[in-house]
Design a protein around this ligand. Structure first.
Ligand SMILES: Nc1ncnc2c1ncn2[C@@H]1O[C@H](COP(=O)(O)OP(=O)(O)O)[C@@H](O)[C@H]1O
Ligand SMILES: [Mg+2]
Length: 374
């Protein structure tokens, strides 16, 4: 077992979330105070591979051969992004202690009779193709102890962003939004609040053919539809108590279509629906933050931080809170999650259990991730 974290060691984190927008990779260096981003990239996923993964996630049915082949291809894509970033930043594989790879979730089902979560992107291949030790499969040990297996990032938020005597909220707006409430007495609470960008992305793609609503421009053209918003807010997930986690399995185009069909939505413009979906994310996130934390600073990360209308609505719905992004804490909001997986890889090599049971509801804090050596 290694002793204390060695200052100067490099780790790599690979993250690709629900949005399927790309593969985020960050090289981070351990310092005395945390992790510093050295280099990062977020190339888009190859369109054919993205469509294949989307089909698997949406249809929830896949031939085993296709699954194996997509798993292989996604791992190769991850290894390629790592190798490219190392080359661009003039670092060698030998300088990197480990990669933490989240993998691409294709199914997350924490509450069924037989709970499971499934990520693809074979870590054996990533290790072999990069020559770097790869740590992967971070969620399933937490689930094996009865936890949600998600979200995992609150432990990293706590390690990096907690400040004693100060309440802080870290809000990650990816496809799904999750909050981490860091309390002044070092307590931590975190869970998925529901949709972040995923419904906005799905609607925008359906009606405009664009993967996402760049800078919220489409939503800016619409008005909130109160009846639709009310119906969307009646989803039971929003009022469930934590621990809880969710994904594309629940919040998807079919979920939205079912509710649109209950209203005379023919009268509404597509932009109004886009605007209402943005409001749904803003309202559900801000309600949960205000329910669980005293007024404090909220630091946003994830792609949603780049949507000015969403950021504006969050600030307006939480007038007593100060809403900014994690750049104010010296971490690029686009790479907080990737760096979190670099940190999780380090923690796994140090054989540190991850303090997450208060977040995920697991019976105990566990050692997360399996180690694949090249
Ligand atoms: N300029 C932008 N304007 C509006 N939304 C953006 C912008 N850039 C990124 N996004 C949103 O962020 C999403 C990606 O966020 P990300 O944090 O990578 O999520 P995930 O972890 O689910 O992959 C995109 O799908 C898009 O909805
Ligand atoms: Mg992403």
């Amino acid at each position: 077992m290694l002793s204390d974290p060695i200052i100067g060691n490099y780790y790599i984190g690979i993250m690709s979330g629900t949005s399927l927008d790309g593969i985020d990779v960050a090289i981070a260096q351990r310092t005395r105070h945390g992790f510093v981003q050295i280099a990062a990239a977020a190339p888009a996923l190859d369109n054919k591979l993205r469509q294949q993964i989307l089909t698997i996630c949406q249809d929830k049915k896949v031939e085993l051969q296709t699954l194996g082949e997509v798993d292989f291809q996604f791992a190769c894509a991850c290894a390629h992004v790592v190798n490219q970033l190392l080359e661009d930043s003039r670092l060698s594989a030998a300088q990197i202690e480990a990669i933490g790879s989240h993998g691409q979730t294709i199914f997350h089902s924490p509450n069924g009779a037989f709970p499971f979560t499934q990520q693809i992107g074979d870590a054996n291949l990533i290790a072999a193709k990069t020559g770097i030790t790869c740590v992967a499969d971070f969620r399933r040990m937490d689930m094996a102890y009865g936890g949600q297996g998600a979200p995992l990032v609150p432990a990293f938020h706590q390690a990096l962003f907690a400040k004693s005597g100060e309440n802080r909220v870290i809000l990650n707006i990816g496809g799904i939004a999750n909050i981490t409430i860091l309390e002044s007495d070092n307590k931590v609470l975190g869970y998925d609040t529901g949709p972040g960008n995923t419904l906005m992305d799905a609607w925008c793609e359906k009606v405009n053919g664009e993967c996402y609503d760049k800078n919220g421009e489409f939503a800016f053209q619409g008005e909130v539809l109160p009846a639709l918003l009310k119906l969307l807010l009646s989803e039971p997930y929003f009022s469930q108590s934590p621990p809880k986690s969710t994904g594309r399995e629940k919040f998807n185009l079919q979920w939205l279509a079912k509710r649109l069909a209950q209203l005379d939505s023919g009268l509404n413009s597509n932009a109004d629906i886009q605007r209402t979906l943005l409001e749904l994310s803003a309202v559900t996130i801000s309600e949960q933050i205000q329910l669980h934390s005293a007024a404090c600073a909220v630091f946003v990360c994830g792609g949603g931080a780049l949507n000015p209308l969403l950021m504006q609505r969050l600030q307006a719905l939480m007038p007593d809170y100060w809403v900014s992004d994690t750049a104010a804490l010296n971490i690029d909001p686009m790479f907080v999650e990737a760096i979190a997986f670099a940190w999780l890889a380090e923690q796994r090599l140090l054989e540190n259990t991850i303090p997450l049971k208060a977040v995920t509801g697991a019976r105990r804090d566990a050692l997360l991730g399996c180690v694949y050596r090249p």
